[in-house]
Write a protein that binds this ligand. Sequence first.
Ligand SMILES: *[C@@H]1O[C@H](CO)[C@@H](O)[C@H](O)[C@H]1NC(C)=O
Length: 265
Amino acid sequence: MFSTKTMFLQILTPILLLLISSSSGEAVKSSENVGVCVSKVGRSHHQPYELEGKLPESADLEFKDLNLCNVFHDKTCCSASLMLSASLALQDLATHGEASKDCLLWFELLECSICHPDVGVQSVPLRICASFCDSVFEACSDAYFSSNTQVIVPCGAGTNCEKASELESNGTAFCEAVGFSVQTADDSVEEPCYGSKRDLVSAVESFEKAVRLQDLKNKRMILNLQICRSVLVFVLAIFVYMWVRQQDMKRDARRLTRNRIRRRF
Ligand SMILES: *[C@@H]1O[C@H](CO)[C@@H](O)[C@H](O)[C@H]1NC(C)=O
């Protein structure tokens, strides 16, 4: 099934990634050691940053090879070793979890939250916006997860799995079960959270604007092309007409000369 909504999401998600990478967490500033990586606690399988106490860096080759959290590779506190389990989890989600493309993208965004440059340097614990969790849950509700451990993880080989929608009833519960803290209050309050609704709404608006602009541009281009073609056809027609006229006139002139010569003799 390839619905318009799926297509829309597929186009939209990279834009969301960019927007999230540039705007969420902007309200967060640690008072001391501004700008250095501060390890995040709260998720059972999170290790400390290798760059703890240092400035965020661009991803090294090893991290780039994971092909994960690519939007944050320019500047991040994450390293390949920290994200290895997330990478394996996403592989499981794709193969054993039967996840849709949307689900994979949203789940990757969730897993990559600690790699966001602003999240990396904030001293407060990482919190995921409830609305963001709802989006992940909606995209992943039909994907399979396993709840054998204290947290739920993407379905692995040979494990008992259930659909996310059978394990949890809403996005907040889902994010918490996966091991994240959720900002349950309305996103508009001061508390910063990852993937706020405001980011998403502005992302959608700018996406729609971009599409409208592109539409308008395309229409203008098609119109210009049509005008161009008409002018070209017109000019060509004149040339052909003039050439034919010229040939006629030459023939007439030759006939006239021949007649004159004949008449003379
Ligand atoms: C989400 O689900 C949990 C567990 O089922 C429930 O306790 C909680 O009230 C729900 N939250 C919302 C916002 O519906």
